[in-house]
Design a protein around this ligand. Structure first.
Ligand SMILES: Cc1cc2nc3c(=O)[nH]c(=O)nc-3n(C[C@H](O)[C@H](O)[C@H](O)COP(=O)(O)OP(=O)(O)OC[C@H]3O[C@@H](n4cnc5c(N)ncnc54)[C@H](O)[C@@H]3O)c2cc1C
Length: 285
């Protein structure tokens, strides 16, 4: 017997936020996590507030050098967007490797962030973009950098009833490259064993901004900040890239589980960070 709950389908954001104030209420976007969890008995919400009528939360826009996407934007929407193709190639790569077609059609970007999984595939590329999240409640809105959003395994700074309405980032400068790699047991429909996103901005041969975001190797997605600092202000060389990759692997806190050992995951970080940084640097040189 599945859990029973009341289902609301408000027609606007204010209505959704008002309903989410009720104790035990949860938001429903694509349902590709929530419904699985309800059916497995891991979640038992009393009230489910569907966001399916909130078209204002779905869409991708670019204005004034900033890209903004609504929280209810789906993974397929990302793949079909020329704006995302131009400004966020690492996000496109993660969307391409995300689940299968049916899940991609309903799974949303905010749902991927809100589920809090360290293996959530869209999150490392959003870290590499320095994305910001807009959180809305009946009291108003606030903006949080994605790098400060997660506080522990499936824990975050979102207050009860708050919705992620928008994810935004500055369009990267022309001489920049961002790449993503998902290491998993198979190519399609698999949970990530190691997820790596890197981004480099280069100016006159010098690395001005480096981002290395790691997924599935710690309780949350995180930035390997020590490794990033080794690259910024430098002309990259194979030796420097190797040192940064080693530092990134040392910063990981992976676990052993059914998919891979901790040692394999750490080795994966080393190899993939070195490979992606080398490719990004080569493409910019
Ligand atoms: C077969 C299968 C394959 C999958 N493969 C992948 C994969 O390859 N990579 C991957 O990363 N994930 C994968 N997933 C997990 C899932 O599809 C994603 O995490 C997805 O992005 C969740 O989004 P959703 O819209 O379906 O969220 P939902 O299931 O609707 O919600 C998930 C959680 O987020 C909350 N939430 C939803 N929207 C908001 C919002 N706007 N603001 C605040 N909270 C919100 C909900 O209350 C709930 O707690 C897979 C799932 C399945 C079933």
């Amino acid at each position: 017997m599945y859990a029973t709950f009341d289902l609301d389908r408000p027609g606007d954001l204010a209505g959704a936020l008002a309903l989410l104030k009720a104790k035990g209420a949860v938001a429903l976007a694509g349902g590709t996590n929530l419904i699985v969890d309800v059916r497995a008995g891991r979640e038992n919400p009393r009230r489910v507030v569907s966001l399916d009528k909130l078209d204002s939360l779905r869409g991708i826009r670019q204005a004034g050098g900033k890209v903004a996407i609504g929280g209810r934007t789906t993974v397929t929407d990302l793949l079909r967007s020329p704006i995302i193709a131009k400004t966020a190639p690492a996000l496109v790569e993660s969307a391409r490797q995300f689940a299968g077609q049916m899940v991609r059609n309903t799974a949303t970007v905010a749902g991927n962030i809100a589920c809090g999984s360290p293996a959530a595939d869209l999150v490392p590329p959003l870290f590499a973009l320095d994305a910001e999240l807009t959180l809305a409640s009946p009291r108003g809105q606030r903006t949080v950098p994605i790098a400060s959003y997660f506080t522990g395994y499936k824990k975050d700074v979102r207050r009860p009833g708050e919705l992620i309405t928008r994810i935004s980032w500055k369009a990267p400068p022309p001489r920049s490259r961002a790449l993503f790699y998902k290491l998993a047991r198979r190519k399609g429909d698999a949970i990530t064993v190691v997820g790596v996103a890197v981004a480099l901005d280069i100016e006159r041969g010098i690395c001005r901004r480096a981002r290395i975001a790691l997924g599935a190797v710690a309780p949350t997605v995180f930035r390997a900040r020590e490794a990033e600092a080794m690259l910024e202000g430098q002309t990259l060389t194979p030796a420097l890239i190797e040192s940064a990759a080693k530092a990134a692997a040392a910063a990981a806190r992976p676990i052993d589980d059914v998919r891979a050992s901790a040692a394999y995951r750490r080795h994966g970080v080393h190899v993939l960070v070195r490979r992606l940084l080398g490719q990004a640097w080569e493409q910019l040189s």
